[in-house]
Design a protein around this ligand. Structure first.
Ligand code: PAF
Length: 289
């Protein structure tokens, strides 16, 4: 296990975390599932000046995985994560054991608005946003209870997740400012993701085609202009078959309006979103266009 200078604390339980935060008036919080890459570290660096204590949680949340998904094999890289967080200036790592965060079955859950949470990721991963909303609410209660203000930082790579969290914070009137951060990309444009580590060498090269196809779909959507609604099904179909022909299994490649992820009309601000499996690895990406 890694050794630390006495500046960074590790809290294993909610009471321990609250002790470390007793004197903080404005925690800046980055929730993660660990296996940290440069994208996570950018979130931490952006969080740091926003509060008086930078907290990063590392918790692989069983509630947001379906039974056939990769909960068991999700990479746990504790020592490397701690070293990166210490270098980034994190003050407190909150790494609860499962029995600390869920000492009894978590039967009380946060159900996000189905209009937002049952589409796209929620359609292909039923229950995903209930799992995410529930753990994020619990992490927020752990970090921010007793505080009159705080900041939470999320990546835009999980675009729909960020929207679900913003809506939850707004509707529960939590005293938290949610900051969304642009996606970090590798030199070739691939969005950084913990799941990129599952890719074989040849899949890693191919992986770029998800973002290339989404970019092209975004360009096509802009070119359709006032006839967008008429042309969109064909444009989305073209993008889906382009990826399928390259041996991907796309779940969705779609253009939505930004503010609620519903089907767009001409003139709406747009976001193009996609999820597709390459071999055994499911990747997601998005662009605001
Ligand atoms: O984006 C993630 O890593 C997770 O969904 C989160 C927000 C940490 C909740 O488990």
């Amino acid at each position: 296990m890694a050794q630390f200078l006495n500046s960074m604390h590790i809290a294993r339980s909610i009471p321990e975390l609250r002790q470390h935060l007793a004197h903080s008036q404005c925690p800046a919080f980055v929730p993660t599932m660990g296996n940290l890459h440069a994208g996570h570290i950018k979130l931490v660096e952006l969080a740091k000046p926003q509060g008086d204590c930078t907290v990063v949680s590392i918790f692989v949340n069983r509630l947001q995985f379906l039974p056939h998904e990769d909960f068991d094999s999700y990479p746990r890289t504790w020592d490397a994560d701690c070293a990166k967080l210490e270098a980034a200036g994190c003050d407190v790592i909150f790494a609860p054991r499962e029995t600390d965060l869920y000492p009894e079955a978590q039967t009380v859950k946060v159900h996000a608005d189905p209009a937002l949470a049952d589409i796209l990721e929620g359609e292909f991963r039923p229950g995903f946003f209930t799992g995410v909303s529930t753990v994020v609410m619990k992490l927020f209660m752990s970090v921010f209870t007793g505080k009159t203000q705080g900041v939470a930082v999320f990546g835009k790579k999980d675009y729909q997740q960020l929207m679900v969290i913003r809506q939850m914070v707004r509707q529960f009137a939590l005293p938290i400012s949610v900051i969304g951060v642009e996606t970090c990309r590798a030199d070739d444009g691939l969005a950084l993701s913990s799941r990129n580590g599952y890719l074989t060498e040849s899949e890693r090269t191919e992986a770029l085609h998800l973002s290339l196809t989404l970019r092209e779909l975004g360009r096509d959507a802009l070119a359709a202009a006032s006839a967008l609604a008429t042309h969109l099904p064909a444009l989305e179909g073209k993008a889906m078959s382009a990826l399928s022909q390259r041996d991907w299994q796309p779940d969705y490649l779609t253009v939505r309006r930004r503010h609620d992820l519903q089907a767009p009309q001409a003139g709406d601000a747009l976001v193009v979103l996609g999820a597709a499996k390459l071999g055994k690895t499911r990747l997601i990406d998005n662009f605001e266009v």
